[in-house]
Design a protein. Sequence first.
Length: 559
Amino acid sequence: MRSPETSNEPSARQDEQRPLAEQPVLAQRGGGCLPETAVEVERLRHELQVHQIELEMQNEELRRMVEELELSRTRYLELYDLAPVGYLTIDEKGVVLEANLTAAHLLGVTRDALVTQPISRFIRHQDRNICTMLQKHDFETGPGRDWELRIQRADGSSFWAHLQSARVQGKNHTAPVYLITLTLIDRQARHEALKSQKLESLGVLAGGIAHDFNNVLTAIFGNISLARFQLHDPEAVGKRLEDAEHAIVRASDLTRQLLTFARGGEPIMKVIQVNDLLKDTIRFVLHGSNARCEFELAPGLWPVEADEGQLAQVIHNLVLNAAQAMPEGGTVTIGTEKVRSKVRGARFVRITVADTGMGIPEENMQKIFDPYFTTKPQGNGLGLATCHSIIKKHGGKIRAESSVGGGTRVIISLPASEQAYVREPDAPTAIFPGSGRVLVMDDDDDIRATARGILEGLGYQVEVAEDGVQAVESYRQAMERGTPFSVAILDLTIRGGMGGREAIEQLLKIDPDVKAIVSSGYSNNPVLANYRDYGFRAVLGKPYRLQEMSKVLKKLTES
């Protein structure tokens, strides 16, 4: 042991312990005087006794600290082993280095049987490629996502599990390893939760539809009722009927939006040029708005195959939202660009609609594409839901970026077409009278009466049928009499009877040159999108419009 003269400076802890160690020594010595040499011997003996007591006190403190550390370690191991989730530590080769008891229990093995085994051994065969890919991704670029895989137990049974990974330092500063958190997924509970959310959404949807249609019906009935009281004033009656017609158009638009984001809305594709569509649509939307528009359109943009009307509806909704987000005015920036995917080099056309408005709060970002979710007092919440459904049906993607006070940016990606774009001549808006015999098949009395009125007003002779059987027989008899029909308009869906698809098959057997038009108020049937493949010559949507019907009939009767 080193003497006090050659020892290092005492620590603060020793300074506190020394008085405590000297007390029993001083008490043992008592008082009195000693010779100088005896004093030196006594002083050394005193120091030795004090050091001995100090060492005993330090040993006691170390023992207490060891006990506390051991207790803490025991508690940690208990928490680790008995945690409600499984913990696995794996190396970059996927070998399990450590595991808690919960993980072993979930996998149906002992801990000893789990350690040193590759984790892929416990992954269902169908998901092992996914596991290998995610594992490689984590070790190369760091953990960036969660896993959801099917886990295989030792007895052959399996379950779905949610896996999270976190990089930790290996023991003794070795290469990093990964701590995997394994959580059992209760898919039944998830299914019930999703079912509950869907029911809640349906309730909101039904309430929104009832509200909107009540408003439309109020406008229709109100104007018709007023027209009856104003029969003495033709000008006033004309104005009331015009207002009622506008309300009906709103109802038709609402129905079209509902069908689009529900199961319906199959697009009728043709090759279009997106830049031209954007200019035409936006010019109309921003008319009378205090928002200005800037275009950043890529030259030589690839064409896309799309339903021009549906895509225009998407742009209309997005630009209208952008303008409404800037009540005090601002800038709507419309951009397009050509994009190739990094993996396969596939070509896409990207459309962006950006505003300088107030932005969207983070808590609303996950809901903006939900039907009937809206923060606008006058909104119906169908706009973005319709956009999402339309873009999805076109094989594209739509997403939004926003920050409060920083505006909103909506990005659309559509597959580019391999076909060249050929500009069509501008469609005339005139009404075309005609002549000839037209067969109209529909199961609704009001629609048959409306179609008859429009066609007879255009100059055609009209015969109606309630279903496909009656229509086919009428067409056959007309052929036999030598007074064939010039055109047949066939409703696609007949409740409880033969519809247009079956009827055209029968008509083609009677007359291979039959000029048939498929008609429907729904757009979810592939026949509408590919009508020529089924033998039809044209498409007419409901409700019928005079200009559209006259144009289609003129084209067919003169061909």
